[in-house]
Design a protein around this ligand. Structure first.
Ligand SMILES: *[C@@H]1O[C@H](CO)[C@@H](O)[C@H](O)[C@H]1NC(C)=O
Ligand SMILES: *[C@@H]1O[C@H](CO)[C@@H](O)[C@H](O)[C@H]1NC(C)=O
Ligand SMILES: *[C@@H]1O[C@H](CO)[C@@H](O)[C@H](O)[C@H]1NC(C)=O
Ligand SMILES: *[C@@H]1O[C@H](CO)[C@@H](O)[C@H](O)[C@H]1NC(C)=O
Length: 434
């Protein structure tokens, strides 16, 4: 299929309704506690890493002082295990007073003073996944109001210890309850992940109307295998998932684990590049106090972030799975630009992949190509063969400008570009990008 056709079809589907709270017109960005810090509540033996006020204040300080906030990383999201095991005398959730002595309002003030936003976590069931009080149907209104009173900006609604019937009622009900508080609160639904992530069980039209983002698939873990299994699932099911996404409503393949223990630098670039292609929310789950400069520069790469945040909000797709184990991904961007990712699933050595923009179905023209991770720029005619060298489990990522029209004088009478005026480089040694 030709990309011009794709683009108009997708642009149409992107205008269908999104949750009407005006939020998250581009994928939300920030930091989320879960993958890195889990349910560590041992503040006696592990004070630096336990789920506590201090941890979130530390991360807020890092986001605001180390250049993250200016790039768009503004959410600081609490996950499970923040609350007391008991509701208060008025039936409201309350933070564990030992670990959050100032309560949630102190944290939200601290964040708002620094231009950051606060996210919090709840669960549809009788208990959260970690065994803390859940938000069953009859608690939805009071909990939504409590979060609004605390000036929370985002809410993730998990689904442990609930069932299908309860979820079907509860996820839409919470959407209504959050709206009724009058406070714009970004709404992250774990619902589809509990339904297998696919139609007919999952209704992505409905999800887009009630949630800003949703977890489609299992939790990410600190391993390359986990990243790869998520990538495969999302792109194997891209025909279902792509039309579901758009401004205000996003598929969420889960947190970035860049800066943790498992990923090499190449694998870290791969996660970042593929999350940008997927128009995924960018929630880091790492320790910003001790992150390496290598991981930081990948997460702070301005071009990848701008691709992720493209205002059209069209989720990209896998366009090729080569026998060589190179896969090619493509995402259309505003102003006729696009992003390309060449991803190696090989395990031997850097692979020299040869193709041309024409073979990737780009229309006739001359393109400015910017290599996102090396900062190199070049100009490529659609028909020019080139070679990218892709490291094992690594990527090469390009931002490709809109095509510049080939100069009039260079067309023949029927409007076909005359190859010879470009130096007849079809058989020349292909360009190499390293
Ligand atoms: C290019 O378009 C053709 C014709 O629609 C299609 O068969 C082919 O798979 C496309 N190639 C890529 C890389 O998308
Ligand atoms: C609530 O929903 C209405 C109607 O969809 C919308 O106009 C309004 O902005 C929403 N308010 C909040 C706080 O989300
Ligand atoms: C689902 O959970 C609700 C509330 O716990 C319970 O009343 C209902 O019987 C359950 N339904 C099924 C089908 O298990
Ligand atoms: C999915 O949800 C939409 C919007 O809520 C609704 O109009 C449609 O009927 C639903 N589709 C199915 C198959 O239930």
């Amino acid at each position: 299929m030709y990309f011009a056709v794709f683009l108009s079809a997708l642009a149409l589907s992107a205008t269908t309704f999104a949750l009407d709270n005006g939020l998250m017109r581009t994928p939300p960005m920030g930091w989320l506690a879960w993958e890195r810090f889990r349910c560590d509540i041992d503040c006696t033996d592990d004070p630096k890493n336990c789920i506590s006020e201090d941890l979130f204040i530390d991360m807020a300080d890092r986001l605001s002082e180390d250049g993250w906030r200016e790039l768009g990383y503004v959410y600081v999201n609490i996950d499970d295990c923040w609350s007391s095991k008991q509701r208060d005398e008025k039936g409201r959730l309350q933070a564990d007073p030992k670990r959050f002595p100032g309560g949630i309002p102190k944290l939200s003030r601290y964040l708002h003073d620094r231009g950051l936003k606060l996210g919090i976590y709840g669960d549809m069931g009788t208990l959260t996944c970690g065994g803390y009080p859940g938000t069953p149907l009859d608690k939805i209104e009071i909990d939504a109001q409590t979060f609004a009173d605390w000036e929370v900006d985002m809410f993730k609604f998990d689904g442990c210890y609930s069932n299908e019937t309860v979820q079907e009622k509860g996820y839409p009900l919470m959407s209504k309850a959050l709206n009724a508080t009058g406070r714009p609160i970004g709404y992250s639904c774990s619902w589809p992940a509990y339904q297998g992530g696919l139609p007919p069980k999952v209704n992505y039209t409905q999800l887009g109307e009630i949630c800003n983002l949703w977890r489609n698939y299992g939790d990410i873990q600190d391993s390359w295998g986990s990243v790869v299994s998520i990538v495969d699932w999302f792109f194997d099911n891209q025909e279902v998932l792509i039309p579901a996404a758009g401004p205000g409503r996003w598929n969420d393949p889960d947190m970035l684990i860049i800066g943790d223990f498992a990923l090499s630098m190449d694998q870290s670039r791969s996660q970042m590049a593929l999350w940008a292609i997927m128009a995924a929310p960018l929630f880091m789950s790492n320790d910003l106090r001790t992150i390496s400069s290598g991981a930081r520069s990948i997460l702070q790469n301005k071009m990848v972030i701008s691709i992720n945040q493209d205002p059209l909000g069209i989720q990209g797709r896998r366009i090729l799975k080569e026998k060589s184990n190179i896969q090619v991904f493509w995402r259309p961007l505003s102003d006729g630009a696009s992003a390309l990712v060449f991803f190696s699933r090989r395990s031997d050595m850097p692979y020299r992949y040869k193709t041309s923009l024409k073979k990737l179905n780009y229309t006739t023209g001359s393109y400015k190509v910017y290599d996102v991770f090396t900062d190199k720029t070049t100009t490529l005619k659609d028909s020019t063969d080139f070679v990218v060298s892709v490291n094992p489990s690594g990527v090469v990522m390009w931002h490709v400008s809109a095509p510049a029209k080939l100069n009039q004088r260079h067309f023949d009478r029927r409007g076909n570009a005359m190859e010879s005026v470009f130096g007849g480089d079809e058989n020349a040694i292909p360009r190499v990008f390293l």
